[in-house]
Design a protein around this ligand. Structure first.
Ligand SMILES: CC(C)(COP(=O)(O)OP(=O)(O)OC[C@H]1O[C@@H](n2cnc3c(N)ncnc32)[C@H](O)[C@@H]1OP(=O)(O)O)[C@@H](O)C(=O)NCCC(=O)NCCS
Length: 156
């Protein structure tokens, strides 16, 4: 059975495992420490075990940034990310934020890239913004531009 709740300290190794399995560039321990200080995490559990996560931060400018959202392969296309997103929206509403923001590496939006999430984001009504964020990411020492996707927060 699927359930959603705030992440707890005991979930740490599950979240790291999801990160490693879902992304080419998983976070370093230092990045996890930084996130732990400033962000909130929600986990999706399957029979009690975390299988998905959303990590989001309040940028104090009316936006909530989703810094990471991922679901383990075996549990995809079941609506889990959609419900994680809904939890972000509930959190955002509590803070009177007016939009969700997600920044995606530009290379993942190239046609043919299996990591391409643009269709997923568009389905969920996110829209890409210009300009790109120059050198927003660093992957193994190499800078990469970021594409900002935003979603106005529905009032109800
Ligand atoms: C992107 C990701 C989080 C989606 O998780 P998910 O739980 O499978 O997504 P959902 O089941 O909630 O999908 C919601 C809708 O989004 C769309 N969607 C989901 N995955 C998609 C894909 N790979 N391609 C196109 N559309 C997709 C579909 O319309 C889907 O609804 P449907 O299944 O009824 O058609 C998951 O594939 C993942 O973890 N990917 C690797 C990490 C990643 O890229 N994270 C996003 C960084 S921005």
């Amino acid at each position: 059975m699927i359930a959603f709740r705030a992440a707890e300290q005991k979930d740490a190794h599950y979240l790291i495992d999801i990160d490693i399995k879902c992304f080419d560039y998983a976070w370093t321990p230092e990045e996890w420490r930084q996130v732990g200080k400033y962000c909130v995490a929600c986990v999706a559990t399957w029979n009690g075990t975390p299988v998905g996560m959303a990590i989001f931060c309040n940028d104090h400018a009316g936006s909530i940034e989703i810094v990471k959202i991922a679901v383990k392969k075996a549990y995809r296309r079941l609506g889990i990310a959609r419900r994680l997103l809904y939890n972000c929206i509930l959190y955002a509403r509590e803070l009177y934020a007016t939009r969700l923001v997600m920044v995606v590496p530009e290379s993942t939006l190239q046609p043919g890239n299996p990591e391409d999430v643009s269709e997923w984001l568009t389905q969920l009504r996110f829209r890409a913004q210009v300009p790109l964020l120059k050198d927003y990411f660093t992957f193994y020492g190499e800078p990469e531009d970021g594409v900002v996707f935003t979603l106005p927060i529905p009032l109800t």
